[in-house]
Design a protein around this ligand. Structure first.
Ligand code: ADP
Ligand code: ASP
Ligand code: MG
Length: 402
């Protein structure tokens, strides 16, 4: 008997009618003789709603209580899906993260999975159950409920599949796989049939939210292919994320990440160690810095610009201002109006002119670039947030529709 893990996202489980559609996929695998573990997200916009209700109470919630609150959505879905399957005549049972248990670190809001105890799931398989598991949540060793960050149900699914050594891990969503850009922004997107882990990791990390980036890391680590496909299109073949493809494609996709702010440390003394002190201070306070640019010139003060997540902006600015004398700067300026647009592809390092083509697309559309960063596998630029969709379309047009 094989083991299959299927995951259904928020829009796939949004209401009773959609739950019935989801059951079709589950029952098909079950009837083929497989043990099926199903991971689900909260229904529709439930998690957003819980977060906005939280904001009515506080903008700075206790992290433990935050996780207890936002994990609720998935618990609703697991019970409803188990009931729907039972109504259809199948044995199904729901498990929350702590019931499995999926044991995690206690980093609330971004907890990492330490291990999953398979015993209960396997026992339930032996008893003939379809096992429905709440995505996005686990339990710390102190027995507190933890969550994995927005979009984290994908990570639950791939981790459960890796732990069970499943034969197949399918991520069902509202689009027919991974595309060359977000189909909601760009019209002529191209479906990617096969993509390697490294490229998918960059696409997800740079804003393609179709897969949570951490699930791709787990897939890579355990060499587990991940299939992304549509819940609603019957003939969906989707995208396979694995390490098998014949040729490197130059550009696999264009992404946008709107969660980007910029800080400029003005008038930093031109002394050895000053830049280090700024980044050490941020690192010691768990603030991740992304693109960095430093002005240069002899014997003059420097300006140091870098991008960080919008969600870290307030605390980073406060931290730098509180330490402005120690770091030897004149002023801290900040801007919360940026997006990061990236092109991703394994082939970038071996092909000339990719950056030039990307910048030309922006130039032709009169879009200004603030910061640029490159790596073997991607080129990212920061643009004004209000220009981000236009920038994605222009770059996509240049590489995919010319
Ligand atoms: P789910 O609720 O099923 O987890 P998500 O909303 O998290 O679904 O992810 C699916 C969405 O990801 C799609 O509706 C699409 O708008 C968006 N998306 C962004 N970039 C891409 C891409 N490159 N390919 C496919 N979908 C993408
Ligand atoms: N419900 C969670 C969220 O909205 C997790 C997920 O959907 O993957 O972020
Ligand atoms: Mg998702």
């Amino acid at each position: 008997m094989g083991i299959v893990v299927q995951k259904f996202g928020g829009s796939s489980v949004a209401d009773a009618e959609r739950l019935l559609k989801v059951c079709k996929h589950i029952i098909k695998e079950h009837n083929e003789g497989n043990n099926v573990a199903v991971v689900v997200s909260a229904q529709g916009k439930t998690t957003d709603k819980l977060i906005s209700e939280e904001r009515e109470i506080t903008k700075n919630p206790n992290k433990r209580e935050h996780d207890t609150l936002v994990s609720v959505g998935e618990q609703i879905t697991i019970s409803k899906l188990a009931m729907t399957l039972e109504e259809l005549g199948y044995k199904a049972i729901s498990l929350t993260g702590w019931q499995v248990p999926i044991v995690t670190t206690n980093e609330h809001g971004n907890a990492k999975i330490k291990y999953i105890n398979n015993e209960k799931i396997l026992d339930l398989f032996n008893k003939g159950y379809i096992v429905i598991i709440a995505g996005f949540q686990g339990v710390s060793e102190e027995l507190d409920i933890t969550t994995f960050g927005r979009g984290g149900s994908d990570t639950t699914a791939v981790a459960v599949a890796a732990s069970l050594k499943a034969d197949k891990c399918e991520i069902f969503t509202d689009v027919d796989g991974v595309f060359s850009s977000d189909p909601r922004i760009v019209k002529n997107v191209k479906k990617i049939d096969n993509i390697c882990y490294d490229e998918m990791l960059e696409l997800s990390s740079m804003g393609a939210k179709v897969l949570h980036n951490r699930c791709v890391e787990i897939g890579k680590k355990y060499n587990l292919p991940i299939i992304v496909k549509s819940t609603f299109e019957e003939s969906s073949r989707g995208t396979i994320v694995d390490n098998n493809y014949m040729e490197n494609i130059t550009i696999s996709g264009v992404t946008k990440d709107t969660n980007v702010a910029r800080i400029t440390v003005m008038g930093l003394e031109n002394k050895i160690g000053r830049t280090y002190n700024v980044f050490k201070l941020l690192a010691d306070n768990n603030i991740n810095v992304d693109v960095i640019v430093q002005s240069f010139g002899e014997n003059v003060n420097k300006n140091l610009s870098f991008s960080i997540k919008t969600s870290d902006l307030e605390s980073a600015v406060k931290l730098l201002n509180d330490n402005i004398e120690n770091i030897g700067a004149r002023e801290i300026r900040y801007f919360d109006n940026l997006s990061k647009i990236s092109i991703i592809g394994i082939g970038i390092a071996n092909k000339t002119g990719v950056a030039a083509d990307m910048f030309e697309a922006l130039y032709e559309n009169d879009i200004n670039m603030h910061l640029i960063s490159t790596s073997e596998i991607k080129i990212s630029v920061l643009v004004d947030r209000e220009e981000s969709d236009r920038a994605v379309r222009a770059i996509h047009q240049k590489f995919f529709n010319n």
